[in-house]
Design a protein around this ligand. Sequence first.
Ligand code: DQQ
Length: 578
Amino acid sequence: MMLFSLWQFCLLSLLLSYGVVELQASHHVYSNLQTAQLTSTHPKANDPYRTGYHFQPPQNWINDPNGPLVYKGIYHLFYQYNPKGVVWGNIVWAHSTSTDLVNWIPHEAAIYPSQQSDINGCWSGSATILPGGTPAMLYTGINPQNQQVQNLAFPKNLSDPYLREWVKVPQNPLMAPTQVNQINASSFRDPTTAWLGPDKRWRLIIGSKRDQRGLAILYRSKDFIHWTKAKHPLHSTNKNGMWECPDFFPVSKTSSLGLDTSTIGPTVKHVLKLSLDNTRKEYYTIGTYNISKDIYIPDKGSVESDLGLRYDYGKFYASKTFFDSSKNRRILWGWINESSSVNGDIKKGWSGIQAIPRTIVLDKSGKQLVQWPVVELEKLRTNEVKLPNNMLKGGSLHEVLGVTASQADVEVAFEMSDLKKAEVLDPSWTNAQLLCSKKGVSVKGSLGPFGFFVFSSKDLKESTAVFYRIFKSHRNYNKYVVLMCSDQSRSSLNQDNDMTTYGAFVNVDPLREKLTLRSLIDHSIVESFGGKGKACITARVYPTLAVGGDTHLYAFNYGSENVTISGSAWSLKTAKIN
Ligand code: DQQ
């Protein structure tokens, strides 16, 4: 024990003498697997889990979407990528482009370790379109001391719409932890898109923490090269740990069009999204940005905790939005991390995908955001199967025939004839995810569970259930609470997978509006949009029986009360991706 402590002491002194800090990136580090070369060719022709229309490279590990932008009519997606293995490591910015956000072509890595300020890694960052249209890319570099610093790169050739080559500015790093600024050198990363104030100064925030206080450190600059740290953060919250991949942007109170990141004014609210390293969950708040004081104040009740709002209540992390000036919309990208084991990833030869890009707008209530898959995805729809006003009797199950159940898009509305029969919500049931686990699909109720079994084997031995339950509020029996669940507990006979059940309350009044559900089903992912996009749940599943042509899709109602369903299901064509 003594010996060990002495050894530890020596190592620490050695590290300190070189000023090297511990590398912290929130991802598991499997040093032995980081450069494991894959033995067979990838993608494997018979891999049942590779997606047909979600973004993924042919092989290897991917994580955060980086610097999404549109330039000369071409969409660019950069992303964290390990060129050498299926676990996190050797991180570079891989790069693909698209003209429609559906089909993608790959390019060489755009940003990779090449100078002192990023020699140990090129981590996440964001694009800013400068006046005149030049994209500027700010990203976190890991220096030889493993400190996190912020760097800038510009396209080498602005007449290349594919922006294939990037040049790093000689002044890098532009922002770095020092003894004076007291920034935590292992928790200082992921610069946002910058915004320009009326005083002609640029601003951006960088994720950080002090002890367990999450911080959005604010910097300002007149020329985009020289950045000064502001005395106070844009926002901070006690006790929720490191804030990764912050995103800060305006949304319109009066229109569903997206806004450039520098927009301010009376018709605008601001959104701050944080990815919490401690829990791997993202939260967003809606609030007011006071530009004269340079602080952001979330609206009352808008909090970064389980009592607050999430873009997605399933797997969805390190997300980032960008303003699509070609179509005046704001688009959200998110990394969908794995539910398969590392061994499973080695077998597949890949890990991680990106969610379908979603347009994001402020709901009419002003109290939450609403998301919807980009409209371009609909061009993949084929072989529509209509579900015309069918009665789903209490206890019934109907197979949806005529669609490719492993690669489909389902969009329906449910109507209930008698809401009064809904069960009363126990006031202690405040956590939707726990409630969905407690009342999984096999627990029968009165109004619900009803919804879809996706990725089902014929005999339902394997199935993922996406469904609703409706409760009466215990405070007022004329008010209803809508619970949306994605129950993965029977999704696979292979118990190595994470089969956590997810849940969300959906802010819909079933007395006044139809309750809608859209699910994008793609081999090993189901992205579900409840209440026209008010609540989203994404799940990764790895069935063993319900694969390829053996996948079935069922509509069901296991509640005692009848429900009417109407809508359509489509097979989706395969997109050309990388
Ligand atoms: N992933 C990046 C970091 C970021 C984290 C490293 C979030 O920049 O904080 O790959 O997933």
